[in-house]
Design a binder for this molecule. Structure first.
Ligand SMILES: Cc1cc2nc3c(=O)[nH]c(=O)nc-3n(C[C@H](O)[C@H](O)[C@H](O)COP(=O)(O)OP(=O)(O)OC[C@H]3O[C@@H](n4cnc5c(N)ncnc54)[C@H](O)[C@@H]3O)c2cc1C
Length: 346
């Protein structure tokens, strides 16, 4: 059975390259193509795709299709869907692998409907089992892992970031076949006029960081001297983030305090919350501080490979098999010491 494979991507905000997630999806698509013995086609969308196309010229794709021009610069459902549809039809794609960027997550399930196919999102792996493309994704807050195969084609697969090594190669001169897509005026009614980010996530949530630093409610609680030390906690945490380049996570108790008019860390929002009702970030290492390590929180650490925690309480949740190393210590002192090591290093 022929199973034509298409890697579909859009250029990143700079317009000069692809988002990192697209190179990861390309790595996965090449593996699948090799295992199925099928050629790979690449499809690109953006204003000017030349430099992005050149960046994947050495990946060994049989063809590179593109829909380009100013109409396709912005993330916009109508134009992105039209471009993606034209590429899928030109490539007669049966398996479409794409990065799970926010731009594509909004568009590609609709594309599947247009093509009378199926889409699966938030995939954590794509491989070939017994000659069939097979994907995995998590359900019920990362507690159940599903392994999915489908007969429906085209099958559109959105791969989450951090799940496959990114393809790398020397840029070359790409031979691109441009597909002309005429966009009616009504498809251009939506215009992106700017990006407004929540006040803190831009600086503190760093999905590519090697370390996840989690702050718990203990940072705002009374300390052994009977007083709270919130301004000191804020300064220590921000210094640590600057010195280490870590991404900042928070426990639910800590992020909820901002809604309850309690003493809060000003830069902590619900976007930072890790856990059952928060996020499940992917980082090679994690350091938890002043956080008890209860199950609804720790379930969010599923994809953090090496876990360490600092807690005053030797009987906290981390001590019960949830961390590789627990430092029974005062996090104020530990982080102050680490910050002074960072500054002496720099
Ligand atoms: C349905 C449901 C969903 C939930 N979802 C989530 C979720 O998504 N994420 C989440 O985080 N929680 C979630 N929770 C809540 C979770 O069960 C805990 O209540 C919460 O994680 C506790 O937060 P914490 O550990 O920061 O605070 P606390 O339990 O108050 O712990 C503070 C810790 O700080 C330590 N400490 C204090 N001072 C210091 C110091 N100087 N040095 C070192 N340690 C110190 C204390 O020993 C203590 O262990 C959920 C609960 C339910 C019921």
């Amino acid at each position: 059975m022929s199973q034509s494979i298409l890697l579909l991507a859009h250029v990143d905000e700079s317009g000069a390259t692809l988002p990192r997630a697209a190179y990861e999806a390309l790595g996965a698509a090449l593996d699948v193509a090799k295992q199925l013995g099928q050629p790979l086609t690449i499809g690109l969308i953006g204003d000017n795709i030349e430099s992005a196309a050149n960046s994947v010229a050495a990946a060994g794709a049989q063809k590179i299709f593109a829909v380009s021009g100013p109409d396709f610069a912005q993330a916009r459902y109508a134009t992105d869907a039209a471009a993606a549809e034209a590429i899928c039809r030109a490539a007669s794609a049966e398996i479409v692998i794409a990065p799970a960027t926010s731009r594509f997550l909004r568009v590609l399930p609709g594309l599947a409907h247009r093509l009378k196919g199926c889409a699966d999102t938030h995939l954590t792996s794509i491989e070939v089992i017994a000659g069939k493309p097979t994907v995995t994704r998590w359900f019920y807050r990362q507690r159940l892992e599903a392994v999915v195969q489908r007969d429906a084609r085209p099958w559109i697969l959105l791969l989450d970031t951090g799940c496959h090594p990114a393809w790398t190669g020397t840029p070359g001169a790409a031979d691109v076949q441009t597909i002309a897509v005429t966009v009616p005026p009504e498809a251009k009614r939506t215009v992106v006029t700017g990006v407004r980010s929540p006040k803190s996530d831009a600086q503190t949530i760093r999905p590519d960081a090697k370390l996840l630093f989690v702050a718990g409610a203990g940072w705002t609680k009374k300390q052994p001297d009977g007083k709270t030390h919130v301004p000191e906690a804020e300064a220590l945490i921000l210094d640590f983030l600057r010195g280490s380049g870590a991404s900042l996570g928070g426990s639910k108790s800590l992020v909820d305090q901002s809604g309850e008019n309690q003493a809060v860390l000003g830069f902590m929002t619900h976007l930072n919350q890790v856990g059952q009702t928060g996020s499940t970030p992917r980082h090679p290492k994690g350091l938890s501080t002043c956080c008890h390590g209860e199950e609804p929180h720790v379930v969010g650490w599923r994809f953090v490979n090496e876990r360490r925690a600092v807690n005053l309480d030797p009987n906290c949740g981390w001590a019960r098999g949830k961390a590789d190393v627990l430092y029974v210590a005062d996090a104020f002192q530990v982080i102050a010491r680490l910050n002074s090591l960072f500054s002496s290093k720099s």
